[in-house]
Design a binder for this molecule. Structure first.
Ligand SMILES: [Zn+2]
Length: 233
């Protein structure tokens, strides 16, 4: 704004054929003016105002250290401070926000909304047990898998697999009990974490597994375990 005002002042005084030096303590503005592409409306305005002065004068832009007792620079500082304290008449925000800031804000808000949606969702009980928090890293790793393997893990995470608990819900079988131990409902969590009937395979592929979300993070071990049990796509 300071440079624009300076340029306008020069034009309005009809200054001709003068060498003009404009001092600014803003490196970013001077760099932006030098750039071949303009990404900010204010810099575009500034460029236009300077071009007008340049048609009849020789203009030099020079960087100056801030707060170094330059009369013009200090005056510009005071005006800038006054400007930022003014009440705004119009839609906010007035100063254009940096693109990176907007992008990060959108990313963050999307993440928060996504998590809220997932946490408050009334369905997907088993999947929420396995994946209580949104996990972009795990998603990335899962997307690298081949389709049959991804299908296997999806079955383990959601419980939508050939498990008696699920088959009973689907009315394909008449008992939810685990085929390996006959002691509990045959759910993915039971088979992966508890079932004594498959303890040997569990130890071999998963060691002594922690809670379900942790096991899901061990993609390789879990896949080996499920394949050993004969889980199929
Ligand atoms: Zn069992």
């Amino acid at each position: 704004m300071g440079i624009i005002m300076a340029a306008h002042a020069i034009v309005s005084r009809k200054v001709l054929d003068y060498p003009i030096r404009i001092l600014s303590d803003s490196r970013s503005v001077l760099q932006a003016l030098q750039s071949y592409t303009l990404t900010s409306g204010l810099i575009y305005e500034c460029h236009k105002a300077l071009s007008e002065v340049c048609t009849t004068n020789i203009v030099t832009l020079q960087w100056i250290k801030g707060h170094s007792n330059s009369r013009g620079n200090d005056a510009a500082d005071i005006l800038a401070r006054g400007g930022s304290e003014l009440k705004v008449a119009g839609p906010e925000p007035i100063l254009p926000l940096p693109y990176a800031w907007l992008r990060n804000m959108l990313r963050h808000n999307t993440k928060v909304k996504h998590q809220q949606y997932w946490t408050n969702l009334g369905t997907c009980r088993q999947a929420k047990e396995a994946l209580p928090t949104i996990n972009p890293g795990l998603s990335r790793r899962l997307r690298l898998l081949k389709r049959p393997q991804l299908r296997l893990l999806t079955g383990a995470i959601t419980g939508h697999a050939s498990l008696n608990k699920h088959l009973l819900t689907m009315r394909v079988t008449d008992s939810p009990l685990c085929r390996a131990c006959m002691e509990a409902e045959e759910t993915a969590a039971h088979v992966i974490l508890e079932c004594p009937g498959v303890a040997e395979y569990r130890a071999q592929y998963l060691g002594s597994p922690g809670p379900l979300p942790e096991v899901v993070g061990n993609i390789k071990g879990l896949l080996g375990f499920l394949e050993e049990l004969g889980w199929q796509e």
